[in-house]
Design a protein around this ligand. Structure first.
Ligand SMILES: Cc1cc2nc3c(=O)[nH]c(=O)nc-3n(C[C@H](O)[C@H](O)[C@H](O)COP(=O)(O)O)c2cc1C
Length: 185
């Protein structure tokens, strides 16, 4: 068994983001078979194909593309914006998918966790990102699905995840993900 390097992308820039807190709680439970690392996506100019066509893409795009290539697998932890994925995360997916035929995501396995203070746990975002990941040739773990609802009630005053059901779900997700990436990375 080789230790896999897993990039964790969070679809929120908000300081007190529930999604980021869930990502942190997940990373604290990371099994020995993987090293999980947060991937910053807050400095990326919005994708504009002209900059690739000129051959002078912005430096943050180039840095993200190189970074994405360095991982074996990814976990996407996303809020839901208007039943879809927040633009900041979609932009990161788009940036590292280009230039054409240089899709940095291709062939790597992934997992998706959606998070919302609402009761349906970001179902729309969870499915929308999977549509994009299929296009990017990311093999997304089908089960267990991870929809985390009522997010504002899961943490203590210090932002530590205390809800035992959600902790159990994250453990189950990671155990299955370890097997998934062993097979697909
Ligand atoms: C533009 C926008 C659209 C939103 N649309 C949804 C939505 O479709 N479904 C939902 O459950 N919450 C929606 N919300 C509420 C978010 O779930 C909430 O702001 C959440 O805290 C964002 O995730 P974060 O805590 O990780 O930043 C929306 C929020 C914003 C700002």
């Amino acid at each position: 068994m080789t230790v896999k390097k897993v990039g964790v992308l969070v679809g929120s820039l908000r300081r007190e983001s529930w999604s980021r807190k869930i990502a942190k709680a997940m990373m604290l439970q990371s099994p020995a078979s993987m090293v999980m690392e947060g991937v910053a996506i807050d400095d990326l100019p919005i994708y504009n194909q002209d900059w690739d066509d000129t051959g002078y893409p912005p430096q943050p795009w180039t840095a993200l593309r190189e970074k994405i290539k360095s991982y074996d697998a990814f976990v996407f932890v996303t809020p839901e914006y208007n039943r879809s994925v927040p633009a900041v995360l979609k932009n990161a997916l788009d940036v590292a998918s280009r230039p054409h035929v240089k899709n940095a995501w291709s062939g790597k396995p992934g997992g998706v966790i959606s998070v919302s203070p609402g009761s349906i746990g970001g179902f729309g975002a969870n499915y929308h990102i999977k549509q994009t990941l299929a296009c990017l040739n990311v093999a997304v773990m089908p089960q267990p699905e991870a929809y985390i609802g009522n997010a504002s009630s899961l943490f203590d005053a210090d932002g530590v995840l205390t809800d035992s059901h959600t902790l159990g779900l994250l453990k189950k997700f990671l155990a299955a993900f370890a097997v998934w990436i062993e097979k697909n990375a």
